[in-house]
Design a protein around this ligand. Structure first.
Ligand code: ADE
Length: 245
């Protein structure tokens, strides 16, 4: 999986991509991140990549030509590159989108800066993604979020012990609570079932805890989750208890 990041601030990408799982995935050749400075595609001695907005207003707008030239150069190398514009106006990025993106070989992430990019750039991208309803100073951190979430779904990036299917959202639910040693910490004990060695009971407890947690914190996710009949009944029981409070 190759990510091409188009940015005016390439230095932002040097250290976050070095550490931990992403760093190892790159060393092992499973993931590659190529950072492209949009300014290299700007013309003139000063390589100007932004300009004042037509009609007036605050801030600067990224000019279309350097961005589109950079996209075209990428598409010449690999016409199948999937081009994504990072913007708060995009479709919300979630685990489902991450899974869809993980199937591409090459993804270009275009990072907008300043007050935005010239509207005409939009017709040169395949889709627009937002990482949440807040405004960042630019798309760079959003691109890093996408790179991280998608890379861990690339086969081989995670070891067997860290299988992504277990994660929050993979089954449409939040993750169950996790514990490690010691068995008691400041009076708080690890639930007995986890020490029981009974894998059937542990599996059921975890699934119920995932349901409970999702119901408490993100009930909206339950509408789309794939649930068994007994799990639906368990949830109805929770709802019934809630009514009695
Ligand atoms: N650029 C600025 N804010 C953003 C956001 N929330 N998501 C994606 N790109 C952005």
């Amino acid at each position: 999986m190759t990510f091409h990041v188009l940015t005016l601030f390439p230095e932002i990408f040097s250290s976050p991509l070095k550490g931990s799982i992403l760093g190892k995935a790159q060393e092992r050749g499973l993931v590659e991140v190529r950072v492209i400075n949009i300014r290299d595609y700007a013309e003139g001695r000063h390589r100007v990549a932004d300009d004042y907005p037509y009609g007036g207003g605050k801030g600067m707008i990224m000019k279309p030509e350097p961005i589109v030239r950079a996209i075209r150069a990428l598409l010449e190398g690999d016409p199948k590159t999937w081009v994504v514009l990072m913007t708060p106006q995009g479709v919300p990025f979630d685990q489902r989108v991450a899974r869809r993106l993980a199937a591409f070989g090459h993804i270009a992430l275009v990072c907008g800066r300043y007050e935005g990019v010239d509207e005409r750039v939009r017709s040169f991208v395949n889709e627009e993604l937002s990482i949440g309803d807040y405004v960042l100073s630019g798309g760079e951190f959003a691109a890093l979020v996408v790179i991280d979430a998608v890379s861990r779904l690339v086969p081989g990036v995670l070891g067997d012990a860290e299988a992504p299917e277990e994660d929050s959202f993979s089954g449409g639910l939040l993750e169950y609570p996790q514990y490690t040693r010691p068995p008691e910490f400041e009076g708080k004990r690890v639930p007995e079932v986890l020490l029981s060695g009974d894998h059937g009971r542990i599996r059921q407890w975890r699934r119920r805890q995932a349901l409970l947690r999702t119901w408490q914190r993100r009930p909206d996710l339950l509408e789309e989750a794939a649930l068994e009949e007994d799990e639906r009944r368990y949830l109805e029981g929770l709802r019934g208890e809630g009514d009695g409070l």
